[in-house]
Design a protein. Structure first.
Length: 353
């Protein structure tokens, strides 16, 4: 089969590889239709290995060496393990990306994204930028007929955003602000808008991303190139600040800006990954009782079904998808522009071309 395999920095090869073995009793094998490309994929291509176990065996997946990328995909069930009863050959499904053991303290508490043996398809074991992929049946969900493949391939990244929204505790009537509306930030915008907040403020340095945020439900937008983020949010909220501020940019100054923009008793949700320590005024958190919330990945049982509900509206995909490309164009048309910050939206790979 054809697949995109990571060998090292600036070295992703489109090549013929063996089809996945199995499935194991609790797994299915999917014929992949579409797979979308994530910023994590482009980071691995540009600077990796960051997460891929290229030189050291992964303790959860057991994988070591070159790896097929891709953790956002939709396909049809081609083979079913002997213990799988909820899926049949021919079912169209999306798969979550995180694989958990189901037995540890975190899994028993429903926090499967914190599993002691957690690993990610497409980063720690072969993924979905291939014509076939193996995945546990328990993290797959059937795609309703009303949702097309293009929308369905967004279910996993949307689930990551919805997990952040769930963690935030944002409620109807509140004011929410999102710093960074590219990638996951755009999906957070859609998730918060679906709740029915009073004000939804989107902040970015890219006018196209801000335009997308408005399409997804932002009521106000702030261009951070020409306005101070915290001051602008305070101006829009009568000096009170936002109930919830999502930091989804990873910018060095963004956590401090999020704190300054949160109201007394509000929450700051840290979504963006920061590669270095950041200085924060903890006294300002304490004297205003501002909660710091962190978020990681998604929980399939809760977040994936909700993402499919939102994707029943094709306007979400219309707003965030830039283009659909063949697998052979992956490096030049997806990984390179994503790594350079030139991508204008979600890029989807059609594995059938």
């Amino acid at each position: 089969m054809r697949a995109a395999r990571f060998y090292g920095p600036k070295d992703v090869r489109i090549e013929n590889v063996a089809e996945p073995e199995g499935p194991a009793p609790d797994e299915v094998i999917l014929d992949v239709a579409l797979a979308s490309v994530c910023g994590t994929d482009s980071s691995e291509w540009a600077h990796g290995p960051l997460l891929v176990p290229l030189h050291t065996r992964h303790p959860g997946s057991g994988h070591l060496g070159p790896l097929i990328l891709g953790h956002e995909f939709v396909g049809r069930v081609a083979a079913v393990g002997s213990a799988v009863s909820q899926l049949r050959v021919g079912d169209r499904v999306v798969s979550g990306a995180g694989v958990s053991c189901g037995k540890c303290d975190w899994c028993r508490a429903g926090r499967t994204n914190l599993c002691a043996h957690y690993y990610t398809i497409g980063l720690h074991v072969d993924g979905g930028l291939a014509q076939k992929v193996r995945t546990p049946a328990r993290i797959c969900r059937k795609v309703p007929d009303a949702i097309d493949d293009r929308s369905a391939t967004l279910a996993q990244p949307l689930s990551v955003a919805l997990h952040a929204v769930n963690r935030s505790g944002v409620l109807p009537g509140m004011t929410a602000a999102i710093i960074g509306t590219g990638g996951i930030g755009a999906f957070i915008t859609a998730g918060v808008a679906s709740i029915g907040v009073d004000r939804l403020i989107a902040i970015d340095i890219d006018v196209d991303r801000l335009a997308t945020a408005r399409r997804l439900g932002a009521t106000h937008t702030i261009d951070a190139r020409s306005a101070d983020t915290a001051s602008a949010i305070l101006d829009l909220t009568g000096g009170l600040g936002a109930h919830v501020v999502f930091e989804a940019s990873g910018s060095p100054s963004a956590p401090a800006a999020a704190l300054a923009a949160a109201r007394r008793g509000g929450r700051v949700v840290l979504v963006g990954l920061h590669s270095a320590p950041r200085e924060l005024n903890l006294l300002a958190f304490t004297v205003r009782e501002v909660d710091i919330i962190t978020t990681l990945a998604h929980v399939c049982d809760t977040d994936l079904p909700r993402s499919l509900e939102l994707l029943s509206n094709p306007q979400l995909a219309d707003a965030v998808v830039d283009k659909v490309i063949p697998l052979d164009a992956l490096v030049d048309a997806a990984l390179q522009p994503l790594a350079a910050g030139r991508a204008r939206g979600k890029i989807i790979v059609d594995l059938r071309l």
